[in-house]
Ligand binder design. Structure first.
Ligand code: CP
Length: 316
């Protein structure tokens, strides 16, 4: 599925979205839709004979399963290391674990890790022919989530992001999804980005130049075309950043009443897993404006596109 120009430009790894411009992101979104549209027998030839290994040092359902499915749908062998039962628990370093699997013939690794810098450090130790894709690193990067969010938004709102008014709301401080989304939104031309959340969960403003921070959630929702809701990441918080879950829902939960303040055809995204009744109501999460399950479906397509981009041979 790769053109010669795209092959020439492709990197060895995908660790973040910072280096990707509009053309590169658009090419991946197009590639995801093209791969999703291929018949299963044709699709299974795309990366037949190649091997993917997923290693999640933090929990995951969507990213882990969709990388496994994406690889299988492209004809790859896909293996998953159960980290809790692996030899890392006997003292083997994570680097030695990857090198051991690479010696078995793994062509690409997908790694999630909570410690900043770990995924990049592991990638730097791999041989030139072996790819590594970040499945989420600390608070910084979740590149395939950013890409699948852009595909979901493009399908709902069209390719011109320059007129879109976007709200990113909730626990922005701990969110690698928000950081990857921000890079991708800007690369695709989105200029009107609002941020809203409790002061304790907002990032340093220097990290988000050009975004409008709005304190009051009702005011922040006013007139927006897309709402990127974020999970309250209690596992990354010291206690006391929010007074209570009830107070958080009262002040920052997306309800139907609040959604009514947005543009009439506004759409709601959430990376999942969702905390129902904390950052979003059941009615909104399961309602007609929700793109949440569309995002999940697009996750498989985007991960196929990324694997093809990094590993493909250029057969159109
Ligand atoms: N959105 C996301 O990364 O979900 P998982 O943690 O289930 O992979």
């Amino acid at each position: 599925m790769s053109t010669a120009a795209q092959r020439a430009a492709r990197p060895q790894h995908l660790l973040g979205l910072e280096a990707m411009d509009r053309e590169a992101i658009t090419a991946l979104l197009d590639r995801a839709e093209a791969l999703a549209a291929l018949s299963p027998p044709v699709r299974r030839t795309v990366l037949a004979g190649r091997t993917l290994a997923t290693l999640f040092f933090e929990p995951s359902t969507r990213t882990r399963m969709s990388f496994q499915l994406a690889a299988q749908r492209l004809g790859m062998d896909a293996i998953d290391l159960n980290v809790s039962m692996a030899s890392t628990s006997k003292g083997e370093t994570e680097s030695d674990t990857l090198r051991t699997l690479a010696a078995m013939g793994v062509d690409a690794f997908v790694v999630r890790h909570k410690i900043e810098g770990t995924v990049g450090a592991l990638a730097a130790e791999l041989d030139p022919g072996v790819a590594l894709i970040s499945a989420g690193e600390g608070r910084s990067h979740h590149p395939t989530q950013g890409l699948l969010d852009m595909l979901s938004l493009r399908q709902a709102k069209g390719a011109d992001f320059s007129r879109l008014r976007v709200l990113i709301a909730g626990d922005i401080r701990h969110s690698r999804v928000a950081r990857s989304d921000l890079h991708a939104l800007r690369a695709l031309g989105c200029r009107q980005i609002r941020l809203c959340g409790p002061a304790s969960l907002l990032p340093d403003p220097a990290e988000w130049p050009g975004c409008e921070a709005v304190d009051d959630f009702d005011a922040a929702v006013e007139g927006v075309d897309a709402l990127f809701m974020l999970r309250l990441q209690r596992e990354r918080m010291s206690e006391g950043l929010v007074p209570s879950l009830e107070a958080y829902y009262r002040d920052y939960g997306l309800t139907e009443a609040r959604l009514a303040r947005a543009a009439p055809d506004a759409v709601v995204l959430h990376p999942g897993p969702i905390n129902r009744g904390v950052e979003i109501s059941d009615a909104v999460a399961d309602g007609p404006r929700s793109l949440i399950l569309r995002q999940v479906a697009n996750g498989v397509a985007i991960r196929m596109a990324v694997l093809d981009w990094l590993l493909g041979q250029g057969d159109d």
